[in-house]
Structure formats: C-alpha cells, structure tokens
Design a protein around this ligand. Structure first.
Ligand SMILES: Nc1ncnc2c1ncn2[C@@H]1O[C@H](COP(=O)(O)OP(=O)(O)OP(=O)(O)O)[C@@H](O)[C@H]1O
Ligand SMILES: [Mg+2]
Length: 241
C-alpha cells in the first residue's frame, strides 16, 4: 500500500479556473518526490489536496484511508504542509508561539512543546527569531519559521511548497542539508531543479493540471528536451557541463 495515493484528481477553483485535470500519483513510504512544472501548472493546488485543505473529485488516500475520512487534526499532524506563501502559515503574536502551536495541538505539555519548537527553529537557522513578530520578519526569515512550524510537529509526511525560495545562498544550502537528513517521506514543489536533484528520488512533471512524466529524478532531470517541452530548464553546471 502506498503511503500517498492520488487517483484521477480533478479540481476547478470557485471562479471557474481549472487547475487539476485528472492527476494520478503514488508516493511510497520513505521516498521523496519532486513536483515540478511551469507557473500555473497546478503544483500548489495539488499539494493543498494532500492534507484536506481542498477537496476535488477523484481520490486522495493517506495510509490507504481517504483524506475526507480523517479527523482534520490527525491528518494535519500526519501530513505536514508548508505553504508556498509563508504568511499563510503564521498567525500568532510571536514566532515561538507559532512554532509551539502545532505541538501543543498534538497534546504535548507546554515545556515539551517549547523544546520541540526551539529545536525546530534552531534546525532552520532561526533560533534568534523566537521572540519576534512573524509578520515583521523578512521573507526569507518568514519562510524558515514557516518550515519550523511544520518540522516541530514531526509529521510522517513533509509536503513543502518552494522550501528555498527567497532564502540566501547559505540558508538555501542549510535547508537542503536539513531536508536531506530527515527520514520522512517528502513531497517538494519547486522551480529549483538543482535542489530537486539533490533531494528527490523521483520527479513528477505537472503541466496544465496533468502529470506528463513521473520517474527517477536523475533520468527526468537529464532529459533536456522533456524539461524544455514543459517550460523547464536545468541550470548549466559551473564550467559549462
Ligand atoms: N485561489 C485561486 N482562485 C482561482 N484560481 C486559482 C487560485 N489559486 C490558483 N489558481 C489557478 O489555478 C491554476 C494552478 O495554480 P497553482 O498555484 O496550483 O500553480 P503552480 O504550479 O503552483 O504555479 P507556481 O509555479 O506559480 O507556484 C492556475 O491557473 C492559477 O491561476
Ligand atoms: Mg505554486
């Protein structure tokens, strides 16, 4: 049984914009899947279906169980979703309260939740931001904190929309190394194909709300013609490789 199984998922936004036109994908426990595709391909819309924020037609199963059959809190603690826009993730007066929110909701005692939160903040290089107001942070700082809010819950599946967008080069490397060291199943949507190659076993190319290719990251990301057909480019390696 696949940990995540998506079957013929279709979704149109309330304003009539079609976003998913029959997506089928599976992700096995412990694997990492990179979701790539041009702007508007449907990546973010797809991720929002994985923990029950959006419901399209078709089926999304987590651990074999349809997402609509899961209690909402339990699903969100199992499938941790980091939004594309970190402002959507942060709503408490301080960073520490935001990162404690998930663990407290999972039933941890305040001290244990605080320990989890501080460790998660340290792991994303944001320990010094604990007392700050989330909405006064820089974009990159906010993105780190948003990631920490999900890491603190230690979910079985990490679903991350653009994990390194707006991070400085050092922060980008740190977050890639951090994610590489985490044992969880991961689904990562990104335009940073170098990062996808470094982190993901498999890749799915989304275009026009459909999966156009799904296979080993090393194979798909080496197929320049395939990438170009979907508006994608692998950055040239230094030295012109
Ligand atoms: N809230 C919304 N209301 C209406 N349409 C939306 C909404 N959010 C996204 N869309 C539309 O759904 C389609 C898929 O968008 P989505 O954000 O999933 O793409 P994406 O692959 O994540 O793109 P990007 O690379 O820019 O992040 C697009 O046509 C987009 O305009
Ligand atoms: Mg997106």
């Amino acid at each position: 049984m696949s940990l995540i199984a998506i079957h013929d998922l279709r979704f149109t936004w309330p304003d009539g914009t079609p976003a998913l036109a029959g997506v089928s994908l599976t992700v096995e426990e412990g694997r990492s899947l990179g979701l790539i595709g041009r702007n508007g391909a449907g990546k973010s819309t797809l991720l929002l279906h994985l923990n029950g924020i959006l419901h399209g037609s078709g089926a999304v199963r987590v651990q074999g169980r349809p997402v609509e059959d899961w209690p909402a809190d339990e699903l969100r603690a199992t499938v941790g979703l980091v939004f594309e826009d970190p402002e959507d993730q942060l709503f408490m007066p301080t960073v520490l309260e935001d990162v404690c929110f998930g663990p407290l909701n999972q039933g941890l005692a305040p001290d244990a939740a605080r320990d989890r939160a501080l460790a998660a903040l340290a792991s994303v290089g944001a320990a010094g931001l604990a007392g700050r107001a989330p909405h006064h942070l820089s974009t990159g700082q906010m993105r780190r904190v948003a990631l920490a809010t999900v890491l603190a819950m230690q979910p079985r599946v990490l679903v991350i929309d653009e994990p390194v967008m707006a991070l400085d080069p050092e922060g980008r490397e740190e977050v890639i190394a951090l994610l590489a060291g985490l044992p969880q199943t991961k689904i990562i949507a990104s335009h940073d194909l170098e990062m996808v190659l470094a982190l993901c076993d498999d890749v799915a190319i989304l275009d026009g709300g459909r999966v156009h290719a799904h296979g080993p990251a090393r194979e798909l990301l080496a197929d320049d013609a395939l990438l170009r057909a979907h508006g994608l480019r692998m950055p040239a390696s230094p030295g012109g490789g």
